[in-house]
Write a protein that binds this ligand. Structure first.
Ligand code: IPE
Ligand code: IPE
Ligand code: MG
Length: 253
């Protein structure tokens, strides 16, 4: 566990977001059906959730199903929804054991009724947990989230509860699905694609992006540790100069 020992636990990102990509390609490389890759991907989810909880990450957002993924063949979508229900059912005990609290973001109403029921139960049963916040993005579209926020704000302006000049960055943030969570400092995408695919467009404004060619079903603890180590070697400047950042760091020492 050399990698784990090299991580500075006082400088962990509070919030890590992951685009879990590559299940289909991983399965295809093995001559298997795409759905096999999704099943194996659950093993990676379990390992990464446990590793994140163990190391002390406070928020972990996993992109599990995008709004655009509804356009996949029906058999694959059905298999994914079934896998979701079965996994949630099976994992509640483990989540509670590890003090993990489950949250859902996305277009919840578009999910099949049975998924909604399982997810509601799981979020209620884990609501008292105080460790890792596990946020599953399901039927999620960032553009839809932003458009909905704009619509809600417009309604508040129309009914007089909000003035246009009071619409700040903070107010806008409060109307997103992620109102209760800090922005991710680190975004990881597996499987070699260099894109965001409609994920947390607003919230990732200043996130560090980390891409790996490893397919999601092969993604293990050490891949997470590699990403965290890489993150800790970066200088986050937020528009300032390197000298300003270093002066500030020195002042804190
Ligand atoms: C990610 O793997 C899982 C979902 C999007 C549901 P993919 O299914 O996108 O796998 P690839 O990208 O086709 O290999
Ligand atoms: C993004 O992966 C969505 C999830 C991982 C759930 P996709 O495989 O759907 O993204 P694209 O189509 O390659 O952009
Ligand atoms: Mg993909």
């Amino acid at each position: 566990m050399d990698l784990l020992e090299s991580i500075d636990c006082s400088k962990l990102p509070k919030h890590v977001a992951i685009i879990m990509d590559g299940n289909g390609r991983w399965a295809k490389e093995r001559g298997e059906d795409r759905v096999y890759g999704h099943h194996e991907g659950v093993i990676s989810v379990r390992e990464i959730v446990n590793a994140s909880a163990e190391i002390g990450i406070q928020y972990l957002t996993l992109y599990a199903f995008s709004a655009e993924n509804w356009n996949r063949p029906k058999a694959e979508v059905d298999a994914l929804m079934e896998l979701l229900v079965n996994t949630i059912r099976k994992e509640i005990e483990e989540l509670n054991k590890n003090n993990v609290r489950l949250h859902i973001i996305g277009d919840f109403a578009s999910l099949p009724a049975i998924c909604q029921k399982e997810l509601n139960e799981a979020t209620e049963l884990t609501a008292g947990n105080t460790g890792l916040n596990l946020i599953l993005a399901l039927s999620y579209s960032s553009r839809q989230e932003i458009t909905e926020a704009a619509r809600k704000i417009a309604v508040s302006v129309l009914n007089g509860t909000l003035k246009p000049e009071d619409i700040t960055d903070e107010v806008f943030h409060k109307h997103l699905y992620t109102a209760d969570f800090p922005d991710p400092e680190l975004m990881i995408r597996s499987s070699g694609e260099y894109r965001i695919s409609n994920f947390l467009l607003y919230q990732l404004a200043y996130a560090e992006l980390y891409f790996t060619s490893v397919h999601w079903p092969a993604f293990r603890k050490n891949n997470l540790y590699e990403a965290l180590l890489n993150y800790q070697q970066r200088e986050r400047r937020f528009g300032k100069t390197s000298e300003q950042i270093q002066t500030n760091t020195n002042q804190h020492v």
